[in-house]
Design a protein. Structure first.
Lengths: 347, 347
DNA sequence: CTGAAAGCGCTTACAG
DNA sequence: CTGAAAGCGCTTACAG
């Protein structure tokens, strides 16, 4: 046998039709469950038997060419290494599988990469596109719309666009602040995410709103900006430690930053939680094993991915979608948060 | 405009042909760079202009139906949350893009999931399949072969199969042991990976071979088994600490396990590296920020993904492939390894 | 109840 | 140098 397809010709509808002694169209309609098909039970059995015996599976390309539906949804993320996206992918994949759809995940972390990825996707490779991460521009979205390709922003919004599904980042920030306030903290800093990140802006906004709601001051020099990486979190935590006065707690915008922040505290000899409580957005098994074990806010990321697929599949491409996923969101208390030093002394 | 395709009919070859005033076949041959096409430069320009003006992009389904090539390769991984696979995916994606191929990544962590994923993939969705992780059985591979779908195991081998690309896990283990021996250690334990994992078996084998090569004893009760997670590493490290006598160093089979192992050492009050050196396979930015910063062996994971795609695309499906990727592999020394206590005292 | 036909948009061997 | 034709494997409206 020569290299190449490595096997015999695939079974087609014609093969099944011959075997079952009916027309190809009958097979097709039986398999697609056509409700307008009238067929004798005995014929239907013959068809099903033939399909099973020959191991027939429809040719995807032929079906797509005919129906203009690929049964594939695309998901574009900036970085596979970010566990946040891993969770989103899992939820999206599960939802896609439930609708007999394949999920085609790709990564792009620069505008040029994104464009070449869209080129690669070509015409008619996917029925719709979920766009996570920050690099999507208005121009790209307009291009997709012009191509007739439905899209939906996931975990981000874009000014003037009304096609997105996000988490309640404001509420996550509020939960974190309330946890700290509940422990007695009043001097609470914020290690924020990058300026370009929509989630970072909303967590920052949520932090400020929650501080205000508790009559606390969100000091400007106690809000420093990381970039959602451990390295960035390390640097941003040092900035907070170098500010005039020292907060007793810090709300960190994501888990990777918090790992760097804990490192910065160790390197300056600041004990956590004795001298500084730390709470971060996103819960992962890892958090349990850090030193100290990290208090987190668990976010419904899987649910976010799931809803992305559902909305993309169900809502017409011209309709507005502005959904905030309200899955389980809660503080997971571990060792990194405790009452502030002054309260501890009194105990 | 109604919901649905959300736009006008897509541009087809016929539209371009009309615009350029030539037959459809000419457009097709110009675009595919048919070497047997004789065409006047001026006609070729007209064709190219028409393609550009109309923004023509070939319909993937029609092309696939005709050529039997999808331009898509599949990659099946067990878990998106594992950063090892994130790196493999990145390498594979880059190599696929270079060959104008799309990479369709999917996850399955149980045999039933795998089968339903393959069903979902259907017939003719991908030109070949890369299989990473442990769950692939002989039966699945035979099924793929029967379907005429080329496949390649990535980061694992399977007895009796000769279609795989792997890393040199034995060498990684040897590098780790040599690093420890170079620091003066002779009592070296091994926190292994799960029994089912091919990489774990090879790292274990490499550890034993390297110990032997240095005239050292690999004590059986100093080899404990984790499961490549932080939780498993925590438990397996406790087992080592509970053994008779205590090693001065431990070679950990992967980074997630090492995070748990460091936690176990802290919880027992064993100082690292003063009382116990730790080195683990796989380097990630995270390692720098652990406490202590973790010494690792950096593995060429991206290169592994890249070679997987290259080999799948280039080697005929009937040919044997047994490749060991020889990318950059090196010890990245950080704080978690140091000379053993007895040597330190003498210094 | 079942079959025959058209056509989705390409590519390619062949005709001129 | 360029065009006409066949056919990849489906689905679906229609004919009987």
């Amino acid at each position: 046998m020569t290299a190449g397809t490595g096997g015999a010709r695939r079974t087609t509808l014609a093969d099944v039709a011959t075997r079952a002694g009916v027309d190809r169209s009958v097979i097709s309609r039986v398999l697609s469950g056509d409700p307008r098909l009238l067929i004798r039970e005995e014929t239907r059995q013959r068809v099903l038997d033939a399909v099973r015996d020959l191991g027939y599976r429809p040719n995807v390309a032929a079906r797509t060419l005919r129906t203009r539906r690929t049964g594939t949804l695309g998901l574009l993320i900036p970085d596979y290494a970010n566990p946040v996206y891993a969770e989103i992918i899992k939820g999206a994949e599960a939802a896609a599988a439930e609708r007999d759809c394949v999920l085609l995940t790709g990564s792009a972390n620069a505008a040029t990469e994104l464009n070449s990825y869209l080129d690669l996707l070509g015409q008619g490779r996917v029925d719709g596109l979920l766009l996570a991460g920050e690099l999507t521009s208005r121009a790209v979205l307009d291009g997709l719309t012009a191509d007739g390709l439905p899209w939906l922003l996931v975990n981000r919004t874009l000014r003037g666009e009304a096609r997105h599904v996000v988490l309640d980042d404001e509420r996550a920030a509020a939960l974190a602040v309330e946890h700290l306030v509940g422990l007695g903290h009043t001097e609470i800093a914020h290690l924020a995410g990058p300026n370009g990140a929509d989630t970072a802006r909303r967590r920052n906004r949520g932090y400020r709103a929650a501080m205000r709601a508790h009559g606390l001051t969100a000091r400007l020099d106690w809000t420093t900006r990381g970039d959602y990486t451990a390295d960035g979190g390390y640097r941003a935590m040092l900035e907070i430690l170098d500010a005039r006065g020292r907060p007793t707690a810090v709300f960190v915008a994501n888990l990777a930053s918090a790992i760097g922040a804990l490192h910065a505290l160790r390197s300056r000899g600041v004990a956590a939680p004795a001298q500084m409580s730390v709470i971060a957005v996103h819960d992962l098994p890892l958090a349990e094993h850090l030193s100290p074990a990290l208090t987190t806010v668990r976010m419904p990321l899987r649910e976010l991915g799931r809803r992305g697929v559902e909305l993309l599949a169900e809502v017409g491409p011209e309709e507005a979608v502005r959904e905030v996923v309200t899955g389980p969101m809660q503080v997971v208390p571990r060792e990194s948060t405790a009452p502030p030093p002054d309260l501890q002394e009194r105990m």
